[in-house]
Design a protein around this ligand. Structure first.
Ligand code: CMC
Length: 425
């Protein structure tokens, strides 16, 4: 029997069905709420709104749990590589050997860009932020794959999804090399996804580039940790854009734009800037005080999360990866010491305890990126490469959802009422 909540407004009582998911909070089905009450629900920032039903990723923010298709993130990081996780997110199951081989084959063979796309890069200023280049070039893919794309054909959706996952590392590495005046790279089919990305980032035609397995593994972990995170700002943007039946390449470009902001994916770059600004452990308390001061816009970057009110499980893995990578590469980075001390002090501070502010995935990722010699402007770009898997998985799920309609939120209008028109003479 369907459970129902009763809501009484101005003496009129309505029944609202309660829907149970497989885990997580129950939801009130308010899809008929306006019809029955003539009222909208007001929820700025969607803090209490489930925008869709999804079976891809589950987060329990109070307990710090993250599952991709039911598998704990810790197990996936330990036992899988990125393409296996990508397959899992897209298709719902881990691949067997032949599924893995054909998926890898497809991703590998879609990784080159149309030669004409290479000329797009020349249009950007050399000092353009690579996220601006990503938004532009990924958006431009829609011009190359539009006329013949039927988004209602599952096979064509699959090819579009594979193309996006395959081409993102190429575009990202090209954006980086363009910014430093180096030749735009080509992918190498013999390499794994992470190795290929590193090779395109750092290899130059004039000398061989040795891929360090420690760095390739760290890159793989970073890709897995960032692959999906349910209905965050960028994923919701992709879904909203896709809900109007827009071209998927253009939808992913809109997701990249949403990811760029420092409150979302841009935080990893901001964390490194902040740690450098702090400069020494003896300055930490000054920055903690600034973060607590309501009159100061400064926030502790890499701290706090809309959903996690506990330690972000990705941050825990990243913290360990940080120790491992720096240890294996024999790097002594003073920023790690500052980060560890900053975390220790913040976690003991009543302000952070009371507001349940813990390190998030971005807190340690910047230090790992730095150890891998990835420049800060590329941090969010790498996040976007990984998150493309989640975006296309969520877009595909939306396209097959019988309940899907164009996303069209309403508003609480607080502007002028109907005014008599008069023009000043
Ligand atoms: N430093 C200081 N105070 C903070 C911080 C912080 N990093 N984060 C939240 N607060 C305070 C905030 O001032 C507010 O206080 P009050 O209730 O007194 O007004 C309270 O905690 C709740 O914060 P909120 O901004 O209302 O919470 P939100 O869920 O809207 O924002 C957030 C979440 C991630 C945008 C925010 O915590 C933040 O700006 N963190 C820093 C940026 C960051 O690290 N972003 C990466 C997020 S994880 C990667 C991703 O998924 O993209």
């Amino acid at each position: 029997m369907t459970r129902k909540a009763t809501i009484t407004i101005d003496g009129k009582t309505i029944e609202v069905p309660i829907i149970k998911g497989s885990c997580g909070p129950d939801v009130l089905d308010i899809s008929n709420f306006y019809q029955e009450t003539g009222m909208f629900c007001y929820d700025p920032g969607f803090t209490s709104t489930a925008s869709c039903a999804s079976s891809i990723t589950f987060i329990n923010g109070d307990e710090g749990i993250l599952l991709y298709r039911g598998y704990p993130i810790e197990d996936l990081v330990e036992k899988c590589d990125f393409l296996e996780v990508a397959y899992l997110l897209l298709y719902g199951e881990l691949p067997d050997i032949s599924q893995r081989e054909s998926f890898e084959q497809s991703i590998t063979h879609h990784s080159m860009l149309h030669e004409q796309l290479r000329t797009f890069f020349q249009g950007f200023r050399r000092d353009a932020h690579p996220m601006a280049v990503m938004v532009g070039v990924v958006g431009a893919l829609s011009a190359f794959y539009h006329d013949n794309l039927d988004i209602y054909d599952p096979q064509q959706r699959e090819v579009a999804s594979h193309r996006l996952i395959a081409k993102m590392p190429t575009i990202a590495a090209m954006a980086y090399n363009y910014s430093r005046g180096c030749p735009l790279p080509y992918p190498q089919n013999r390499l794994t996804y992470a190795q290929n990305f590193l090779n395109m980032m750092f290899a130059v035609p004039s000398e061989p580039y040795q891929i360090n397995p420690v760095i390739a593994r760290a890159m793989d972990i970073i890709f897995i940790l960032h692959a999906d995170h349910e209905q965050n700002a960028s994923t919701s943007t992709v879904r909203l854009a896709g809900s109007s039946q827009a071209n998927p390449f253009a939808c992913i470009s809109s997701g990249i734009a949403a990811l760029w902001g420092p409150a979302h994916g841009g935080a990893n770059e901001a964390v490194l800037t902040m740690l450098k600004q702090i400069g020494s452990t003896k300055n930490i308390s000054e920055f903690i005080e600034r973060a607590k001061n309501k009159n100061d816009p400064f926030r502790l970057m890499g701290f706090g999360h809309r959903v996690y009110k506990n330690y972000d499980p990705r941050a825990r893995i990243m913290r360990k990866a940080c120790h491992d990578v720096l240890g294996q590469l024999n790097i002594n980075d003073p920023l790690l010491e500052i980060a560890l001390e900053l975390e220790r002090i913040a976690l003991e501070d009543p302000y952070f305890i009371e507001k349940k502010l813990y390190p998030n995935v971005d807190f340690y990722s910047g230090i790992v990126f730095k150890a891998l010699e990835i420049p800060p402007s590329m941090f969010t770009v790498i996040f976007s490469v990984a998150r493309t898997v989640g975006w296309v998985a969520q877009w595909n799920e939306m396209m097959t959802d019988p309940a899907q309609k164009i996303g069209r939120p309403r508003q609480l209008y607080v502007g002028e009422k109907n005014r008599n028109f008069s023009k000043s003479k």
